[in-house]
Write a protein that binds this ligand. Structure first.
Ligand code: GLN
Length: 205
């Protein structure tokens, strides 16, 4: 079984460890460069991307993370983790940096205050309806041509009644090569399909 780390600086680490094990991976937590070096792939959990960024710098993990991703390590980021995998962010705080790797612009806290959190049924990677939980989630504002869109949520969540140019919905799941990102939290629903999709990706790469 592939060894998949969960970045354990901050956020909902344990839920991802459980979901990865249920999907047939060996899951470990990653806080130090040596732990990062020992895994085949990495999950970056939801939480708070500004805190995660600061802790990654404090733990001297940001550069090693950027390097592993550049070298092709498979990684999956959920919510704050999606922000961490974005090449560009909007609505970040002063100086906020990411690991990067996915050619996309992600907008933090995009769904707005009235709907800090909501659930929606989405079609993930053509695998049928999946209940998705969004918690102060980002959305993907734009993607480069090498990025595959795996899911959208209609009308940018319930808040945006007038969807403007986004009639097909806001992008909430993407893949670029070995990198996967979702704006929602599959580790909270007990539906293992997104983690299984990632574990399959890791096995294939
Ligand atoms: N709003 C958070 C951020 O900007 C993400 C929220 C989450 O991960 N549930 O990092």
């Amino acid at each position: 079984a592939p060894a998949i780390g969960v970045l354990a600086l901050q956020g909902d680490v344990r839920e991802h460890v459980r979901a990865l094990e249920a999907a047939g991976a060996r899951a470990t937590t990653v806080r130090r460069p040596a732990e990062l070096a020992a895994v085949d792939a990495l999950v970056i959990p939801g939480g708070e991307s500004t805190t995660m960024w600061k802790l990654a710098e404090a733990f001297e993990l940001l550069e090693p993370l950027r390097l592993r991703v550049k070298e092709g390590m498979p990684a999956y980021g959920s919510c704050a983790g999606m922000i961490m995998l974005a090449d560009r962010i909007e609505g970040g705080i002063e100086g906020q940096r990411t690991i990067g790797g996915i050619d996309m612009t992600v907008r933090r806290n995009a769904f707005g205050r009235q709907v800090d959190s909501f659930e929606a049924d989405i079609d993930f990677a053509g695998r049928g309806p999946l209940r998705a939980v969004f918690i102060r989630a980002p959305w993907v504002e734009s993607v480069g041509e090498d990025v595959e869109v795996l899911a959208r949520v209609p009308f940018g969540g319930r808040a945006q009644a007038d969807s403007g140019p986004f009639d097909d919905g806001r992008i909430v799941a993407v893949r670029q090569g070995p990198l996967l990102a979702t704006a929602f939290h599959p580790e909270l629903t007990g539906d293992g399909r997104v983690h299984s999709y990632f574990v399959e990706m890791v096995r294939e790469l």
